[in-house]
Design a protein around this ligand. Structure first.
Ligand code: SAH
Length: 233
């Protein structure tokens, strides 16, 4: 019997209607039904100031765009989380530490996560220290907001929670596990537009298949992502 944890994600966003998005289909739908994970959105707008519910203001020192106010974000965080909440508080940010499969594994074993999706030019710097936020980036490019990044992180995390994937073995041989990319996969038909499935995969010798897959993984990783092998811990 696999150990089941109930992972709870709280997402602070100006666009709650974007969720659950991809987190409500396929394996994720079933996982939610089975109580393996749950998700709530907190609408940042409800913490806005004045009649207009303002959440942002112009950058100190000038420059383009708008900046999310620290006081508004602080209220959203304080009022939507309990004092004894031990979940990591993550601010989606292109300046952050890069999200990896390793981090996805760590988070999948935790009680959950609080994800803060910014928009515009980002957030007032002071909130980061004052509310102990970890800045995390999903890659070296700039999105318009943190929502897609939050969804990407949650997909990667939730599929690793025991019981979410059809077979827990599915996650073991995947890309980035052991710092390797996955070997090539094939299925029927045996011949597609003149191309055959490699013979070794059809002969039923499992030792040979494993050896072939391992070699292919190493070859692919060396040619496409030598940095993964260099970073191996
Ligand atoms: N001016 C900022 C970019 C703001 S983009 C800068 O140059 O660093 C608006 C928001 O989208 C960000 O605050 C963040 O929440 C989200 N975002 C954009 N790119 C992201 C990325 N690569 N990873 C995670 N979040 C991102």
């Amino acid at each position: 019997m696999v150990k089941r944890n109930n992972f709870h994600a709280s997402i602070i966003t100006l666009f709650p209607e974007l969720f659950p998005g991809t987190l409500d289909v396929s394996i994720f739908k079933r996982a939610q039904k089975e109580g393996l994970f749950s998700l709530e959105t907190i609408n940042l707008r409800q913490f806005g100031l004045g009649k207009q519910k303002m959440v942002d203001d112009t950058p100190a020192g000038g420059g383009s765009g708008m900046v999310l106010r620290a006081d508004v974000l602080a209220n959203a965080i304080d009022q939507s989380t309990k004092d004894n909440d031990k979940r990591r508080r993550i601010l989606l940010s292109p300046r952050g530490k890069k999200f990896t499969q390793k981090m996805a594994h760590e988070l999948s074993k935790s009680e959950g996560v609080i994800l803060i999706c910014a928009r515009f030019e980002g957030v007032d710097e002071r909130i980061i220290k004052k509310r102990n936020l970890e800045e995390i980036s999903i890659g070296d490019y700039v999105l318009a907001g943190g929502e897609v990044a939050a969804m990407a992180m949650l997909e990667a995390i939730v599929r690793l929670i025991p019981g979410v994937l059809g077979s827990d073995l599915s996650a073991i041989n995947e890309s980035f596990e052991n710092n390797l990319l996955e070997y090539p996969q094939y299925t029927r038909p045996q011949i597609f537009e003149g191309q055959k499935i490699p013979n070794v995969l059809l002969e039923g010798n499992h030792q040979k298949i494993e050896k072939w897959r391992n070699e292919q993984s190493k070859k692919l990783t060396l040619s496409r992502r030598p940095d993964l092998i260099a970073n191996k811990e």
